[in-house]
Design a protein around this ligand. Structure first.
Ligand code: BGC
Ligand code: BGC
Length: 756
C-alpha cells in the first residue's frame, strides 16, 4: 500500500527542519559507489592482518578513559596511554557510548576530536574511528538537545512525516555532537506487552512499524549520508528479539518461520530496501540458537535473501555471551569463531582488549580465512567513507546553530501533541475549563518519567543532566493560566498516609488529575513479574474517585500496564506514553483543549495481566463458542484513540468488486467532521481474508491516512490496494495470494470484494 500520509502531512504545512531532501528521495549514494569501492580496495590492500582485526573491534569509551570500565573517574577524561594502546597498538576501528552520563557538545568535541587526532595522525593506517551512540529519540546523551517522544509515542502519531522530521533533527543534533552513527531505530515489533523494550518499538503492526522505520531512517541518512547533518542508522535487533517466552529481556524466543516472515521480517526488509547502512544483531537466542552464532539468519537470510550490503555489528558483549550466557562455545576464542562464521562484521566487545588479539590468532591458526575478514573490513571502510570521515573525521563545532533550538523543540512538542492518545472521555469530561484541580500521583513532578529510558543516562533516572528549562507536569500546569493547581506528589506505591493526605486536599475541588504509571527503565533492568502496577496506585485512584466528581487519569508508561481494576472509576484517560522533554506542555495542551487529541494506540492494550493478544489475531482467539468466553477482550483496541470532535464515515466504495494480480483497487470513503471543533483523524483501512490455506487473521491493517478536518468539513479519502497487499506467507513459506473472498473495513463500514 502506497502511503498517502507523506502528502497529507505536507498539507499540514509542517516545516521540514534540518532536512535537505524530502522523504521520498531515495537514500542512495550510488553515483559515488564505484569510486568509493575503488578507494576501499586501495586502502584494504595496504592493511595488515592486525589492522583488519582492529577495524572489526568496537570498544566502549570507558576503555580509553581514566578509571575502570563502568566506574570512570569524574569528570570523565581520556587516558592518553589507553588511547594509544587502543588506537595505535590494537588499531581499534570503532568506539561507542558515553562514560555513564550525558556530555555537553563541547565535551563531545573535546573527546572525539582527540580520538580522531590520534587515529588519523598517530595510527599507521590513519583510518578514522567510527563513533556510535544510542541516539534513539534525539541525541539523548548530549545535554541541551531536543528530546522527542520515544518510538512508541512516535508510532502513536500515525504520522510518518513526523517520523521523518524526528530522524532529520536527531541526525542534525547527533552530528552536532561530533558523532556520525546512531544505534536506532528499533524495528522489533511489540507483540508482548511484558517486554521491557516495548516503548522502544513502533508497536505491534508490521505495516505501521515499517512505515515509521523507513521514514526515521530517511531522516537520519538523507540522500547523502556524508552530509554534516546526516548519520548512519542501525536497524536493530535482527531478528526475533521481542517475543521471548518469559516476556523478559534476552531470554529464549521460539519464532516459527511463518511468524518470523509474516510479522518480524517486513520492518527490516523495508528498511534494507530503503538503503539503511548498518544493522545490529539480537542479543538473545531464537529457536535454540543464539542469533550471534546463526549463519542462516545473519548470512543466508540477511545477505543472500534480503540483499543487505551494510555493516553488521553485534550487540553489547554478545560474542562473549556465546560462552558466558548461551553456552554454545567453550571459550572466548571459539565464540569469536562462531560469530565471524555466522556473519558479523564488527564486535561491540566492548569492555576487554582481547577480541582483536584472539581474532588475529584464529586467522593465523587457519580457523578463519583472512578473505572472510576482508569482506567485513570492506563494509566498515565503505561506511566510514560514505560518512565522509576520511575527509572530515570531526565536525565543525560552529555549523550547528539549530542544536537544541526552539525550532527543534517545537517539532518535539508537535510530535508529543500528536502522539498523546485519549483512551476514554465520558460525558466530555475533557477538556477542562479554567478550574481548580488536584494534580496528584507518583509522576506529577518528574521530568525523567516523561523522558523514559535512554534519557540522559542509560537507565534514565539520574536527574543531574536534565535541561532545567524543561518542565514536569506540575511545573507546566502550575505555570499555566489555564488551570489552578493544588498539588500532591506521591511515591510510586503510595501508602495509606499519602493517600489520606491526597484525599484531604480534594476539599472544594471537583476535578482530580492523577498521573500514574512507571518510572524509567532500560533493557533487562525493566523486566517485571507482574503487568499490574503497584497496588498503592490503584488504591489512590479508588480513594480519590470517591472524593471528586471528575477523575482524569494520565498514564505515563513505557508499556500498557493493567488498569482494568480502576478504569471504570475514571471519567477520562489520557495515554501520554513517554513523551519526552516537551511532554508536560503537550499533556497540558491536550487536557486544557488547546490541542485536540489525535493519537491512536499502536498496540492492543491488554485488560488482564495474563491475557495478551494482538489485533491481528486468529478467529480462534476471538471467542470460545462452547463456553462463551471472550478470548480477545482487550482494554482498548489497536488503532483506538478519541478526539474532542466526532467523525462520521460514509460511502465506503471500491472501484471494482473484484481484483486480479496486476490490477489495483481504489478504495474510497467519505469522512466528515460532525463535531464543532477542527481535528485530525487517522483513517484506518483493514482487510479480512475470508478463507485461506493458512488460517487468516481476523483483520490486518493495509493502509492509513491522517487528515485534518475543520468543523463540518467532509473529505474523500482514497487508498490504493494491490494484490501484494493481499499476500500472506503460505505453506511453502513464500508470499502468495489465493483466490477468494475478502472484506474491506474502515471504521464500522465493511465492503466485500473478490480476488481472482
Ligand atoms: C542494547 C542495544 C544498544 C547497545 C549499545 C545493548 O545493550 O541492546 O540496543 O544499542 O547496547 O548501547
Ligand atoms: C547498555 C549500555 C550501557 C551498559 C552498562 C549496556 O547493556 O546498552 O548503553 O552503558 O549496558 O552496563
Amino acid at each position: 500500500m502506497k502511503k498517502t500520509s507523506f502528502l497529507l502531512a505536507l498539507c499540514y504545512g509542517m516545516f521540514l527542519v534540518a532536512c535537505t531532501s524530502s522523504p521520498d528521495d531515495k537514500a542512495t549514494d550510488e553515483s559515488n559507489d564505484s569510486t568509493i569501492d575503488q578507494r576501499v580496495e586501495n586502502i584494504l590492500s595496504t592493511l595488515t592482518l592486525e589492522d583488519k582485526c582492529g577495524e572489526m573491534t568496537q570498544l566502549n569509551l570507558d576503555m580509553v578513559c581514566v578509571g575502570e570500565p563502568y566506574n570512570l573517574e569524574k569528570p570523565n577524561k581520556l587516558d592518553s596511554a589507553k588511547l594509544r594502546k587502543v588506537l595505535v597498538d590494537l588499531k581499534v576501528g570503532s568506539i561507542l557510548n558515553q562514560g555513564g552520563q550525558a556530555y555537553s557538545r563541547e565535551k563531545w568535541f573535546e573527546l572525539i576530536n582527540e580520538i580522531q587526532r590520534v587515529a588519523t595522525q598517530e595510527k599507521k593506517s590513519k583510518i578514522p574511528v567510527l563513533y556510535g551512540i544510542d541516539a534513539i529519540h534525539g541525541v539523548n546523551y548530549t545535554t541541551g538537545n531536543s528530546l522527542f517522544p520515544q518510538q512508541i509515542g512516535l508510532a502513536a502519531t500515525w504520522n510518518t512525516e513526523l517520523a521523518y522530521e524526528m530522524g532529520c533533527i536527531s541526525a542534525y543534533e547527533t552530528r552536532a555532537s561530533n558523532i556520525p552513527w546512531t544505534f536506532s531505530p528499533v524495528l522489533d515489533l511489540a507483540r508482548d506487552a511484558r517486554w521491557p523494550r516495548h516503548w522502544e518499538t513502533f508497536g505491534e503492526d508490521p505495516l505501521l512499524a515499517s512505515d515509521m522505520g523507513e521514514n526515521v531512517i530517511k531522516g537520519y541518512e538523507g540522500d547523502d549520508v556524508s552530509s554534516p547533518y546526516h548519520v548512519a542508522s542501525c536497524l536493530k535487533h535482527f531478528l526475533g528479539y521481542s517475543v521471548t517466552l518469559t516476556g523478559k529481556d534476552r531470554t529464549q524466543a521460539w519464532v516459527p518461520e511463518r511468524q518470523m516472515r509474516e510479522y518480524f521480517l517486513p520492518t527490516f526488509k523495508r528498511a534494507i530496501d530503503a538503503g539503511a547502512k548498518t544493522l545490529m544483531v539480537n542479543s538473545g537466542e531464537m529457536n535454540g540458537i543464539p542469533v550471534h552464532a546463526n549463519h542462516e539468519i545473519l548470512t543466508t537470510l540477511l545477505r543472500d535473501e534480503l540483499g543487505f550490503e551494510g555493516l553488521v555489528v553485534t550487540d553489547w558483549e554478545d560474542i562473549k555471551y556465546l560462552r558466558d550466557r548461551h553456552r554454545v562455545a567453550k571459550d572466548y576464542k571459539e565464540a569469536i569463531k562462531l560469530a565471524i562464521d555466522a556473519g558479523i562484521d564488527m564486535s561491540m566487545v566492548p569492555v576487554d582488549y582481547d577480541f582483536p588479539v584472539l581474532l588475529k590468532e584464529l586467522v593465523e591458526e587457519g580457523e578463519i580465512k583472512e578473505s572472510r575478514l576482508d569482506e567485513s573490513v570492506r563494509r566498515i571502510l565503505k561506511l566510514k567513507m560514505q560518512l565522509g570521515l576520511f575527509e572530515n573525521p570531526v565536525m565543525n563545532f560552529d555549523d550547528y546553530p539549530d542544536f537544541g533550538s526552539e525550532k527543534h523543540a517545537n517539532s518535539a512538542l508537535n510530535t508529543a501533541r500528536e502522539s498523546i492518545t485519549l483512551l476514554k472521555n465520558n460525558n466530555q469530561s475533557l477538556p477542562l475549563g479554567k478550574e481548580r484541580i488536584l494534580l496528584v500521583g507518583p509522576l506529577t513532578n518528574n521530568l525523567n518519567a516523561l523522558i523514559g529510558g535512554w534519557g540522559r543516562t542509560w537507565q534514565g533516572v539520574d536527574t543531574s543532566f536534565n535541561n532545567p528549562s524543561k518542565k514536569t507536569i506540575f511545573q507546566a500546569f502550575s505555570e499555566s493560566d489555564k488551570l489552578e493547581v493544588v498539588h500532591h506528589e506521591t511515591s510510586l506505591n503510595p501508602d495509606f498516609k499519602e493517600i489520606y493526605e491526597a484525599v484531604l486536599k480534594t476539599k472544594g475541588i471537583k476535578t482530580a488529575v492523577i498521573c500514574m504509571g512507571e518510572m524509567p527503565y532500560t533493557e533487562t533492568v525493566g523486566d517485571i513479574e507482574d503487568m499490574n502496577l503497584p497496588e498503592g496506585q490503584y488504591e489512590l485512584v479508588k480513594q480519590i474517585s470517591e472524593a471528586v466528581d471528575n477523575l482524569i487519569i494520565v498514564l505515563v508508561e513505557g508499556r500498557p500496564r493493567i488498569i482494568s481494576q480502576i478504569e471504570p472509576l475514571a471519567d477520562a484517560i489520557v495515554q501520554a506514553y513517554l513523551p519526552g522533554n516537551e511532554g508536560a506542555q503537550a499533556i497540558l495542551d491536550i487536557i486544557s483543549g488547546e490541542v485536540n487529541p489525535s493519537g491512536k494506540l499502536p498496540y492492543t492494550y491488554p485488560r488482564y495481566a495474563s491475557s495478551h493478544s494482538t489485533y491481528d489475531h486468529k478467529t480462534t482467539d476471538l471467542i470460545d463458542p462452547k463456553f462463551g468466553l471472550n478470548a480477545f477482550y482487550p482494554q482498548y483496541e489497536f488503532g483506538h484513540g478519541l478526539s474532542y470532535t466526532e467523525f462520521a464515515y460514509s460511502n465506503l466504495s471500491i472501484s471494482s468488486d473484484s481484483i486480479s494480480c496486476g490490477d489495483s483497487l481504489t478504495v474510497s470513503v467519505d469522512v466528515k467532521n460532525i463535531g464543532g471543533l477542527a481535528g485530525k483523524e487517522v483513517i484506518q483501512l483493514y482487510v479480512r481474508d475470508e478463507v485461506a490455506s493458512i488460517t487468516p487473521a481476523v483483520k490486518m491493517l493495509k493502509g492509513y491516512s491522517k487528515i485534518d478536518l475543520s468543523a463540518g468539513e467532509t473529505r474523500l479519502v482514497q487508498f490504493n490496494l494491490t494484490c501484494q497487499d493481499l499476500e500472506f506467507v503460505g505453506i511453502e513459506m513464500e508470499r502468495i495470494t489465493e483466490e477468494g473472498d475478502f472484506n474491506l473495513m474502515v471504521d464500522t463500514l465493511k465492503i466485500p470484494f473478490y480476488l481472482k
